[in-house]
Design a protein around this ligand. Structure first.
Ligand SMILES: Cc1cc2nc3c(=O)[nH]c(=O)nc-3n(C[C@H](O)[C@H](O)[C@H](O)COP(=O)(O)O)c2cc1C
Length: 190
């Protein structure tokens, strides 16, 4: 029990990864945990697309144009550095996974429940990796929502929604995060 509590309480989003390779066997264990998440009506609404080098390269034109748009909008800092950073976030991360949830346009409650289940599955995967010293970051940046991402990944926008990218690797550093105490988030009712 203590080990599970530690994994839950110590997990933090990791933004910087070492170059150490994450073995496929480690990912497969995490996918098993992801597959065992709860889902109502046995819909298993989640899918995981592990993006290889070729697929990541195909994303770059859109990554670069989104970074350029952001630079113009925010009139922020130095051009080259911001674009390099955006490219690096896709190319240099050890493992990059697009996570999708099933859409049910005719049934909004089913779609909401399926999204909830997909988040359970995603977090099972994150915690399984964390338990073995592997960190991750859930990202909902603009590239995860762009229509070109759907076409490159061959995902039908009418059938599935990308809920985010998971960036995965061995942590270079683990950030601190302020969290609410249990007494702030719960109320026992009579
Ligand atoms: C739905 C969701 C979307 C997120 N999207 C991003 C993102 O686009 N970029 C980012 O840097 N972090 C993203 N995060 C990570 C959060 O910033 C992070 O979970 C938060 O700072 C709390 O830190 P912790 O995960 O270490 O507890 C996302 C987290 C969630 C749950």
């Amino acid at each position: 029990m203590a080990a599970v509590q530690d994994t839950l309480n110590n997990r933090r989003t990791v933004y910087r990864f070492t170059n150490k390779v994450v073995e496929r066997s480690e990912l497969e264990m995490a996918f098993e945990a992801a597959s065992n998440a709860p889902c109502h009506k046995q819909t298993h609404p989640w899918n995981y697309y592990v993006l290889g080098k070729q697929t990541r390269l195909k994303l770059l034109p859109t990554v670069i144009s989104l970074a350029e748009e952001k630079i113009i909008k925010d009139s922020e800092g130095e051009h080259g550095a911001s674009i390099d950073r955006a490219v690096s976030k896709i190319i240099d991360v050890p493992v990059l996974i697009a996570v999708t949830t099933k859409l049910s346009p005719a049934d909004s409650f089913r779609e909401e429940e399926d999204y909830a289940a997909t988040v359970c599955s995603l977090h099972n995967l994150v915690l399984s990796l964390w338990d073995r010293g592997i960190g991750s970051q859930w990202s909902t940046g603009s590239i995860t929502r762009h229509s070109s991402t759907y076409s490159i990944l061959e995902i039908d926008e009418k059938m599935e929604r990308v809920v985010g990218f998971l960036k995965i690797g061995y942590p270079e550093s683990i950030p601190d995060k302020e969290k609410k105490s249990p007494s702030e988030i719960r109320k026992y009712l009579p």
